[in-house]
Ligand binder design. Structure first.
Ligand code: SF4
Length: 475
């Protein structure tokens, strides 16, 4: 899976997903559950103080990123690991592919990692002839289902129900029991166990890397990261270059915020911390450890007007609250990063050619900003993107540019404005029915496809006001 998950145009994805009632119901139900649990987990705390602290930690790291990256790399190497800085996705996949070739790897087990999706790692490894097995249950379901793309950054298979999953398991891994989640999970667990034991390499992402000790911290609910890091002899962790904390003290704060914001839990079931290679008296752990630190466009964001997006800890709270995501679902965004975080991040990492519509997939209501645990001003960043798209990139749709030019001309000339307001209701008459514009022309067409526009009044306010001042009898 690469960052871009669809070749369809944004409007095509939007139309088909808006018609998918099952997906929309599943997303609305999941959002409701996540929001309820999150509120219960944070409302009893002094959450605003936590948020201030979380923001402070993330901003401090970004302001001193060079220092902490250096400290992290020194400490990883001091514990027998290797560090590779990859400027591009290609450099990262090439480095990891070289390790796979050196080890003659046949099978690789992976814990959930968005950055490995972003750099399209699986397909590179599969081209080498490696069997790559996702071990996060959600990712595993999607992989079995012919690489169905994720629709959510924390619960990637959110758009599927248990009957669909049962069908996939039946077709792909010989499942014969019911669609009870417990039975499905048990079967997946049995199949995956075998893979852990026979894998040559384990690959993980990284929720937070601790600079002080060179440790990689992974947060899961299934414990799969424990097995991925403990059993294969060679271990590779891949991290976005900003996913750092100075010490375990900051890690503890951010993990608590991540789990509360993501799924409303004080802690997840498993927090795996991997520090270097297996030592003499240890019974498990890798004999070889590589940390791949991926830039892939992040350093261009650093120091610019969008820097605060690098504070993100990928909790998905913004996705779980977004009213637009609720209606269109994750696949409409066309990126592995969906929802408000995706609408800001995808154009920055993948460019406006592929993602220029995403900043408009928002009502700018600010609900995302209100729930973000590290106080990223998401709706302001979305607005900033729109400004860049229109004013600096000149990419506004032609109809919108023409409309704005006409509006500018009309409002800067008193006589044109007067004439315009006089004829407006007559011009719009053919589109008006029962005092509503239900099928507007030009740029109004898309707007009125989903809601009615109030009809334009025959009597202008200025005429009414004039009449009123003369002591007439305005209607
Ligand atoms: S932007 Fe904020 S709310 Fe959204 S995923 Fe990142 S940290 Fe969570």
């Amino acid at each position: 899976m690469a960052m871009k998950i669809s070749q369809q145009k944004f409007n095509e994805r939007l139309s088909s997903n808006l018609e998918n009632d099952f997906m929309r119901g599943a997303v609305a139900g999941a959002q409701h559950r996540f929001q309820t649990r999150r509120s219960a987990a944070v409302d009893s705390l002094n959450w605003e103080e936590w948020r201030n602290h979380g923001e402070e930690i993330r901003q401090h790291v970004l302001e001193n990123l060079d220092y902490y990256l250096y400290e992290l790399s020194i400490n990883v190497e001091a514990r027998g690991g290797h560090v590779f800085f990859a400027q591009t996705a290609e450099e990262a996949t090439e480095y990891i592919s070289t390790i796979a070739k050196q080890k003659s790897a046949k099978k690789i087990v992976k814990a959930k990692s968005m950055v490995t999706e972003e750099i399209n790692l699986n397909s590179h490894l599969e081209q080498l002839g490696c069997e790559v097995i996702e071990t996060d249950l959600g990712e595993y379901i999607l992989q079995l289902d012919d690489h169905d793309p994720p629709s959510h950054i924390v619960t990637p298979a959110l758009h599927k129900n248990k009957d669909q999953i049962r069908e996939v398991f039946e077709q792909k891994i010989g499942y014969t029991a019911s669609s009870q989640p417990e039975e499905l999970a048990l079967h997946a667990r049995k199949v995956l166990r075998e893979h852990y034991l026979t894998a040559d390499i384990g690959i993980t992402g990284c929720n937070f890397a601790v600079a002080e000790t060179g440790s990689v911290c992974l947060v899961t609910n299934e414990g799969n990261a424990d097995l991925v890091t403990a059993l294969p002899k060679t271990q590779i962790s891949v991290m976005g270059m900003e996913r750092l904390v100075p010490t375990f003290e900051e890690m503890e704060v951010l993990v608590g915020m991540l789990t509360r914001s993501a799924v409303g839990q004080k802690l997840t079931s498993y927090i795996t911390v991997l520090t270097g290679i297996k030592e003499a008296l240890e019974v498990d752990g890798p004999e070889e450890f590589h940390l791949v630190i991926v830039d892939n466009g992040r350093s261009s964001i650093l120091g610019g007007e969008f820097q605060s997006i690098l504070q993100c800890i990928r909790c998905a709270a913004c996705i779980n609250t977004c009213p637009v995501y609720r209606h269109v679902g994750g696949h409409t965004y066309g990126s592995i990063y969906s929802g408000p975080i995706g609408a800001v991040l995808s154009p920055l990492l993948g460019g406006y050619d592929d993602y220029k519509e995403l900043p408009y997939a928002s009502t700018l209501c600010g609900a995302c900003t209100d729930v973000c645990p590290v106080k990223i001003p998401l709706h302001q960043l979305l607005h900033k993107h729109r400004e860049v798209i229109v004013e600096r990139e000149g990419r506004a749709p032609i109809s919108e540019s023409l409309l704005m030019q006409a509006f500018g001309m009309g409002t800067s000339s008193q006589s044109i404005y007067k004439l315009g307001t006089k004829v407006a209701s007559t011009v719009m008459k053919p589109f008006t029915k029962n005092e509503k514009i239900t099928n507007g022309p030009g740029p109004l067409k898309n707007w009125t496809a989903y809601r009615d526009f109030p009809s334009l009044q025959k009597e202008r306010f200025r005429d009414w006001f004039e009449q009123h001042n003369k002591g007439g009898n305005p209607k």
